[in-house]
Design a protein around this ligand. Sequence first.
Ligand SMILES: *Cc1c(COP(=O)(O)O)cnc(C)c1O
Length: 386
Amino acid sequence: MTNPVFIPGPTNIPERIRKACDMPTLDHRSTAFKEILPPALAGVKRILKTETGEAVIFPGSGTGGWEAAISNCLSPGDKVLASDFGMFSRKWIDMCNRHGLDLQVVTAPWGQGLPVDDFATILAADTTHEIKAVLATHNETATGVRSDIAALRAAMDAAGHPALLLVDGVSSIASMDFRMDEWGVDVAVTGSQKGFMLPAGLAIVGISQKAISAMETAKLPRFYFDFRDMLAMNPSAGYPYTPSVGLLNGLKTAIDMLEAEGLENVFARHAYIAEGVRAAVRAWHLPICAASPDLYSDTVTAIVVPNGIDGNALVAHAETRYDTSFGAGLGDVAGKVFRIGHLGVLTEVQALAGIATAEMAMADMGIGVTPGAGTAAAQTYFCKNG
Ligand SMILES: *Cc1c(COP(=O)(O)O)cnc(C)c1O
């Protein structure tokens, strides 16, 4: 465990954040907790770029945030528009089905983005506004695809459609530009262990005023994830049950670090590291799973392995031989891709180590890449563009 991980979450934890999470027991009803929760909530709102919305933080993970989003905004039988274009969008659909929602699913090829044009057609045709919510996965971590949430918002507005817009930003928020207010996002979901560089354990959720109105009439059952209890108690630094105090303190520190670097600088650094990784992949002559450059994610790259090679065996080999974790292929692309996660604290130096290690693992597995070719391409990119 001396090497950094190159998985798209959980990400490497900076020493300062580890120390901030490591706290003696603190009574969450004491005044000391007032130094932790309110700044964490205010910081989350700044990272989400919302001034009109609210933030809540549940013990949980991104998946818990999904459940909070749907159970607070929807009622059994409500119609929901979603797309299956990767493992995470597919799992969210599965969750909606298990909650008794009426799903309309547009299937898109994995490697493509959210099918905004199809959504636009469907929304425009839904003149009686049966669709109550539109689900969107901003960054599909399984394929390394970033979708255009601004374009989706524009399509919803063009159709004059009042559906709620629920966005999974688990692998984008705090690493890639996310504009909750500007994009009219009604619920934004993330977890602590990706862009926020924390251990897993928090579901971080942004809620618009429109979602707050919807929550009053939504009939899906919820208790632990009820927005109402959080929103009633948070203003006085209260919490409806025992909070993860250490993680919340870590979150406050993570926000300090992100803002000290400057949020736009954090996004630029992610884009820069991602481009270095992609330069390496091009030098390997291996395809990127994301179908076109406009879809490239700045937090994870899924790399298509040659026919006859098992991408998951490659990942297992890197782990056993080099003690280095890369992301395995998931769902429909299991075995066909391996993923390099490049989000969180990753630097050029660490990215180069990951690229060089991937080259050794690929050479060991008989993939015809020349060791050093990708590393050199990334070095050249970093030297020219740093
Ligand atoms: C990691 C991830 C999730 C799942 O989050 P957990 O924190 O593991 O529950 C959901 N969506 C996306 C896009 C992710 O990357």
